[in-house]
Ligand binder design. Structure first.
Ligand code: ZN
Length: 230
């Protein structure tokens, strides 16, 4: 936005800062953007933003050039685990823009398998195969049985067909991915309800981020679920 710094006769108006093409240093820019974090956008700005999007189709995507710029600007910025979890929470229930859209054959080829940028020699496929194996299912069922289908953390019990059906998981105390030799050890498993499982550092996205080095077992709970016959 250009502000009028001169009056109708071309004279400078007193009290105006003249920027005359001054460039901001990266440090200054970083400071400015930091100051904006968490600030609520005013109604005026919202309207301006909505105006900028007007006439663009709902599934409008920024151009290749703009996207490159945006990704360039974000380079090196690490999101904290907390932020990532927040993003995940915020996205819950939202319909993704690409829902129902089919990728072209060509696009699929580009992003899947060995062509994928994060291809790790078929690691995921191998792990998935083990997770689907009979041995794995046997281990899981043994854990459930031993723990009486009860969450080890909160003690909730899965009673299929009865009033409450709780989703229970067999959790690996030492992570499945990082401790292959402990995958089928009964000692290394515990029954957790899905809510409690989510809180463990080995769950989902957190497991992927935990490096092999710090893949320590999370603290095993000292408290045992009340074993009352129900
Ligand atoms: Zn639980």
């Amino acid at each position: 936005m250009s502000q009028t710094t001169r009056d109708s006769k071309g004279r400078f108006i007193k009290g105006h800062t003249v920027w005359l093409g001054r460039k901001l240093t990266p440090e200054h820019k970083a400071k400015l953007s930091k100051a904006k974090i968490g600030r609520k956008v005013s109604e005026e700005t919202r309207q301006k933003m909505s105006l900028a999007f007007k006439g663009k189709p709902r599934d409008w995507r920024p151009s290749e050039e703009i996207r490159k710029k945006m990704s360039e600007a974000r380079k090196g910025i690490k999101l904290s685990l907390e932020t990532r979890m927040k993003i995940g929470e915020a996205g819950k229930g939202r319909i993704p823009w690409n829902k129902g859209k089919k990728l072209t054959e060509e696009h699929l080829k580009k992003i899947s398998g060995e062509n994928a940028p994060n291809w790790q020699g078929g690691k995921t496929a191998k792990l998935q195969l083990i997770r689907n194996s009979v041995e794995y299912k046997r281990w899981r069922d043994a854990i459930f049985k031993r723990d009486d289908y009860r969450c080890f953390d909160c003690g909730i019990k899965n009673q299929k067909g009865l009033a409450r059906t709780v989703k229970i998981n067999a959790d690996h105390i030492y992570s499945f991915a990082h401790y292959p030799r402990l995958r089928f050890e009964l000692e290394n498993g515990q029954t957790l309800c899905e809510d409690c499982h989510r809180k463990t550092p080995n769950f989902g996205v957190k497991a992927n981020m935990a490096s092999r080095k710090n893949a320590k077992p999370w603290t095993v709970h000292a408290k045992c679920p009340p074993v009352s016959s129900q």
